[in-house]
Write a protein that binds this ligand. Structure first.
Ligand SMILES: NC(=O)c1ccc[n+]([C@@H]2O[C@H](COP(=O)([O-])OP(=O)(O)OC[C@H]3O[C@@H](n4cnc5c(N)ncnc54)[C@H](OP(=O)(O)O)[C@@H]3O)[C@@H](O)[C@H]2O)c1
Length: 333
């Protein structure tokens, strides 16, 4: 028997990508149910050669038995409907930030802490896109050298703000008068150092997500993390400039070898041949790419690097589908 899967927010940027990735990764799916709001309920989505009718999200619908229900319709929808689905015995994989920091709810990057899902049933949180790619690259180094401090600046694509933001950048690129609606300022030909709301300590909520989610995923809240998150006029793929200080001094060759052998990480680091990842080149792929690895000029325990991943894929949909794969693998062990 194949899996019975529900996708809530199936018509959105992440939801559509989830539908693609379920197919690409060849999950054995018997039934697929797509849910969205009254705006798109009744529309038909082309999936695997068949037309799937978008169903209206209702409490009753969430009480049906599913093997997995993936949510990507915003925090309020997850807050209301995920517990209903869970109480009905369903496993929920939530892409919003609603449940990420809730005690008892696992926050999962399968390659890093997927093993903690053994015998778990309930809501599973998918981390923030920027956190996922940073943790993918740093976890293998943390295991060996132990991180003390991370300073990260992000360069985040507009697709991270959903379908409307993609349209806003497209329109502004053609029309200098097109107004800013999704973002507080014009995004075309600009950089906006402001993602999500400001906290009273001066950091934004997105920056604090990178701090606390990293602590939770690595089960280590001793790491000092300082993040600056910036929206840039790129359609797909988040980039990060990361400077990380370890307890012991890493050898550069060994670091590269560790990253080269890490599943889901691709080392692209050969400056002589202009080999380093850029979002335009890696968009549409599922790995996390690392380049520009170099030792700090003053501190032998500090390294800098450049990390890039497709935010809709590894930063959201792929990670969510990999959680299903991990759950199935653990069940079959
Ligand atoms: N984009 C990313 O890179 C990214 C990464 C990680 C996590 N996330 C999270 O994933 C979620 C979705 O993001 P997105 O970028 O896909 O947004 P989006 O493109 O705006 O899509 C939103 C989806 O939610 C549905 N929805 C909205 N209100 C609803 C309601 N009242 N009832 C049922 N469905 C409703 C929409 O359906 P209609 O078509 O009917 O309006 C649409 O399918 C957000 O929580 C976001 O924070 C996004």
């Amino acid at each position: 028997m194949g899996l019975n899967i529900g996708v809530v927010g199936a018509t959105g940027a992440v939801g559509r990508k989830i539908l693609d990735i379920l197919l690409e990764r060849k999950l054995d799916i018997e039934e697929l149910h797509c849910f969205a709001s009254e705006r798109t309920a009744g529309e038909k989505l082309d999936w695997n050669g068949r037309l799937v009718v978008v169903e209206l999200l209702t409490e009753e619908a969430m009480k049906q038995p599913f093997d997995y229900i993936l949510f990507s319709a915003g925090g309020d929808i997850s807050l209301k409907y995920a517990p209903i689905a869970q109480e009905a015995g369903n496993t929920v994989i939530d892409n919003s930030s609603q449940w990420r920091m809730t005690d008892g709810i696992p926050l999962i990057v399968p390659e890093v802490n997927g093993h903690t899902l053994r015998n778990y049933q309930g809501i599973i949180a998918n981390p923030n896109c920027s956190t996922i790619q940073m943790v993918m690259a740093l976890a293998p180094l943390h295991r060996i050298y132990k991180m003390n401090r991370i300073v990260v600046s992000t360069y985040q694509a507009v697709s991270g703000s959903g379908h409307k933001a993609i349209v806003e950048l497209e329109k502004q690129m053609k029309d200098p008068e097109y107004p800013a609606q999704v973002y507080p300022k014009r995004i075309a030909a600009n950089c906006i150092p402001h993602i999500d709301v400001f906290n009273e300590n001066g950091f934004t909520k997105e920056e604090l997500k990178m701090v606390y989610e990293t602590h939770k995923i690595l089960s280590d809240d001793s790491i000092a993390i300082n993040a600056t998150t910036v929206r840039v006029p790129v359609f797909y793929g988040h980039s990060e400039s990361v400077t990380v200080t370890f307890e012991s001094a890493p050898r550069l060759m060994e670091v590269k070898e560790l990253l080269r052998s890490e599943p889901g990480v691709v080392l692209m680091d050969d400056a002589d041949n202009l080999e380093y990842p850029t979002p335009l080149e890696i968009a549409g792929t599922d790995d996390t790419y690392v380049g520009r690895i170099r030792k700090d000029l003053y501190d032998p325990c500090t390294l800098s690097m450049w990390i890039v991943a497709d935010n809709l894929r590894k930063g959201a949909a792929t990670n969510a589908v990999q959680i299903i794969e991990k759950m199935e693998e653990l069940k079959n062990q």
